[in-house]
Every structure is written in structure tokens, then in C-alpha cells.
Design a protein around this ligand. Structure first.
Ligand code: AMP
Ligand code: GLY
Length: 424
């Protein structure tokens, strides 16, 4: 079987790594890939949003299955295009991917189907948004469209909220993604990522995982794409998982089917758990990054039959085996990320870190030049370790992180800290 993985981040390296272990797979392509995927797959110099070129490539190379990582390709309609051309592809259609591509679409669908989420209002006029913010302090302002995880402003004061409206709607720092904003109530609690495979009818969850979105220790600083992740996430007890399935996952998948856009692929719910239970912060239409890195290290089953079952509507007969061990991924980022950052810095210590047992150094923004590995993005590496429990996996991951360096790197020192320290 010949597989094409679309994307070039840490998530895609983790998918390539996992798929490469499948006895069914003879050849993997990764477009565009990174220095890490190059060791397991043939990197293809096509950007993830060049969906026509990707379809041409898949046809030419007789690709049997395409797995899509990034959201842009999905909202651009890569799945629709591949299907139209008779190519097999894993992921939701453009209509279905609106669950991630438009916060307004997904919030309205949640409200109409009584799925628990923060109260909200939608604005397309900055003056009306500003007027609404009178007498409000703690509040969240979100761009409607895709922003690489950066378009949600958690505001402590009205002044901060006004700046958010100005950034998103007037300065247009996220372009047309900021034509509308969702302003929603602040939810207090703890976050967890709940990812599930679905064929549009049956839902088979992955193990719970937890992401760290803020840039700095103690959840300080701006939001990023994710600075680290771990699994399992003890916060999501079996009872809570049952509620998430019954109150959130099934109602959404059924609502999508009723709306005429069957949802197939990975449905990722970003959840806030408070005293009343789980509430949805957002949906993503794909595997999480960096959650996929620890999840793939814990998944014992072959991934390929699961992807096939989603595509063919056979998920009901599919189960997934997981390792009882814990996995922790620490993201190492470029100086300045999530703001402006430099590229092209040589990375040292990769081989030594990768030789540690139970450790995989997943690459994200890296490239190869003359045998050297250089930084090529904001999130550069996801150093991931598997061990008996969270404290042991944390220790193993940070030992490996300690062997790697480049000019200006930074990483959070407290990944999995809360759960690990409490041993919950
Ligand atoms: P989102 O892109 O919608 O997942 O938001 C990014 C991050 O902002 C989340 O992971 C939370 O940390 C925070 N956030 C989003 N919505 C809320 C909310 N209603 N209350 C509190 N924090 C939120
Ligand atoms: N880890 C957050 C995301 O994948 O969007």
C-alpha cells in the first residue's frame, strides 16, 4: 500500500512514524514533510494547501490512501477533490470541516442541538462588538475563521477585549478570518482534548490527551498552536468520558449527518471541565498537534485499518488497543514564537536525544541542508517519551530535551506537571 501524508508538522511526523509500522504499508510520501519525515518517507515538495497539485501527485504515484493533517487543506476541500477524482482519502469534506473552519457555524450547531458550550454572541460590525463589551471584563473574543490556534483572545479586562476586536476586525491580523467575531463568556476549569474517529455514525474515541496552549510556564503568555501534550489525561475520568460521548460527540455527529454533511475523520473536541461537567471550547476537524505525538506513541493497534474503517463506514466493528503507559511530548520552539521568529538555525544533539530508549524526537519546523538539520518554523521539535506513568515519562522527556540545543530555543518546563505531580 502507498500512503500520502499531507502536512509538515510534528503531527504529520507522528502519523508517518506510526503508519511506517504497519505491515500493510510499502511506501510513504509526505507533502511537504520535514527533516524528520524524510527518514521514514519520501518528502514531496508540494505545500499542504496546493490541493490540485496533491491530487495530481496522488494519481501519478498510484497512492492508495491519503491522510490529511492540517485544517487548511480540509477547509479548501481536499477530501472533496480527491473523492471526485476517485482517490481514497481520510478526513472530512469542506462542508463538514466547517466545524473547525467557522466558529460561528460550530457554535450555532452546538446551540441548536443543546451541546454544552459557553454562551456567545456573533458580530460582523466592530462598533456593535465594542458596544456589547460595555461593562464586561473577563471575556473571550475569537476570530470566526482559521488562525493557526492564535485567534482566541482570553481577555481579563474590557480594554484587552477592545484591543482584541481592533486586532481581529479592524487591523485584520488574521485576514478575512476576522470578518466576524464570536464573543463568549469566560469558562473556568481545566482543559482536555478529546479526539475520536468517526465514520459519520459510529464514534471510537482515542485516549484522552491534554495540550498546553499558552506559550509560557504556568499557562502565562499568548496562545500558541500547543507547547506540549500528554496522555492519558487523568482529569477525564471514565464517567466524564461517557458524558462527553453522550452530550457532545454523538449529538454533533448526528447533527452533522442531519444537516447533510456527514462527518468522517477525526473529530477533536477541545473541552473545558468545570464543576457542572464538560463544555466545548472548540472543535477541530483533524488530529491535534501536539496531541497526536503522545497518542501515536501509546496506540498499539495498526492505524491503517482504523482509517480504512472510517472511510468505508465500518467503524462499528473496529476497536483500538492502547498501551497502559503514559506519553509526554515537550515542544521546543524558536526564539520569538508565537510571534516573529528566525529560521535556519542549526540544531544540535538530535541523534543523542533520539538514542534514549522510550524517546522519539518528532520534528515539526525543521529542514535538511547539507546533512545538517535546521530550524524552519515556530514549533521546531516535539520531544516525546513513553514510560510507566506520567512522572516517569516527564522525566524521560526532559532528559532528552536537555540534550538538544540551538540558538534561542525555548520550551515550557511544566508540561504534564499538574497531572504528573498529583499523580492523578
Ligand atoms: P480555541 O481556539 O477556541 O480552542 O481557544 C483557544 C484557547 O483559549 C483554549 O484552549 C482556552 O485555553 C482558551 N479559551 C477559549 N474559549 C474559552 C472560554 N470560553 N473560556 C475560557 N477560556 C477559553
Ligand atoms: N493542539 C491544538 C490543536 O491541534 O489545535
Amino acid at each position: 500500500m502507498r500512503v500520502l501524508v499531507v502536512g509538515g508538522g510534528g503531527r504529520e511526523h507522528a502519523l508517518v512514524w506510526k503508519i511506517s509500522q504497519s505491515p500493510k504499508v510499502k511506501k510513504i510520501f509526505c507533502a511537504p514533510g520535514n527533516a524528520g519525515t524524510a527518514a521514514l518517507a519520501e518528502n514531496v515538495d508540494i505545500a499542504a494547501d496546493q490541493i490540485e497539485a496533491l491530487a495530481d501527485f496522488a494519481e501519478r504515484e498510484s497512492v492508495d490512501l491519503c491522510v490529511v493533517g492540517p485544517e487548511q487543506a480540509l477547509t479548501l476541500g481536499i477530501v472533496d477533490l480527491f473523492r471526485k477524482r476517485g482517490l481514497r482519502v481520510f478526513g472530512p469534506t469542506a462542508q463538514a470541516a466547517r466545524l473547525e473552519g467557522s466558529k460561528v457555524f460550530s457554535k450555532d450547531l452546538m446551540r441548536n442541538n443543546s451541546v454544552p458550550t459557553a454562551d456567545y454572541k456573533v458580530f460582523d460590525d466592530p462598533a456593535l462588538a465594542r458596544a456589547y463589551l460595555q461593562n464586561k471584563d473577563r471575556i473571550i473574543v475569537k476570530a470566526d475563521g482559521l488562525t493557526a490556534g492564535k485567534g482566541a483572545y482570553v481577555c481579563r479586562t474590557r480594554e484587552e477585549a477592545l484591543i482584541a476586536v481592533e486586532d481581529i476586525m479592524e487591523k485584520k491580523v488574521y485576514g478575512s478570518a476576522g470578518d466576524r467575531v464570536v464573543i463568549e463568556e469566560f469558562l473556568d476549569g481545566r482543559e482536555v482534548s478529546y479526539l475520536a474517529f468517526t465514520d459519520g455514525k459510529t464514534i471510537v474515541p482515542l485516549e484522552p490527551a491534554q495540550d498546553h496552549k499558552a506559550a509560557y510556564d504556568g499557562d502565562e503568555g499568548p496562545n500558541t498552536g500547543g507547547m506540549g501534550a500528554y496522555s492519558p489525561a487523568p482529569l477525564l475520568t471514565p464517567e466524564l468520558q461517557e458524558r462527553v460521548m453522550a452530550e457532545i460527540m454523538y449529538p454533533m455527529v448526528e447533527a452533522m449527518a442531519r444537516a447533510g454533511c456527514l462527518y468522517q475523520g477525526v473529530l477533536y473536541a477541545g473541552l473545558m471541565i468545570d464543576s457542572s461537567g464538560p463544555k466545548v471550547l472548540e472543535f477541530n476537524a483533524r488530529f491535534g498537534d501536539p496531541e497526536t505525538q503522545p497518542l501515536m506513541m501509546r496506540m498499539k493497534s495498526d492505524l491503517i485499518p482504523i482509517l480504512d474503517a472510517c472511510i468505508d463506514g465500518r467503524l462499528k466493528r473496529q476497536s483500538i488497543q492502547w498501551s497502559d503507559e503514559s506519553a509526554v511530548c515537550v515542544v521546543m520552539a524558536a526564539e520569538g514564537y508565537p510571534g516573529k521568529y528566525a529560521k535556519g538555525k542549526e540544531i544540535f544533539g538530535l541523534e543523542e536525544a533520539g538514542r534514549q530508549s522510550g524517546v522519539v524526537v518528532f520534528h515539526a519546523g525543521t529542514s535538511l541542508a547539507d546533512g545538517k538539520v535546521l530550524t524552519n518554523g515556530g514549533r521546531v521539535l516535539g520531544v516525546t517519551a513513553l514510560d510507566d506513568d506520567l512522572p516517569a515519562a516527564i522525566k524521560r522527556a526532559y532528559e532528552a530535551v536537555g540534550k538538544i540545543k540551538w540558538e534561542g530555543f525555548h520550551y515550557r518546563k511544566d508540561i504534564a506537571g499538574r497531572a504528573g505531580a498529583r499523580g492523578q
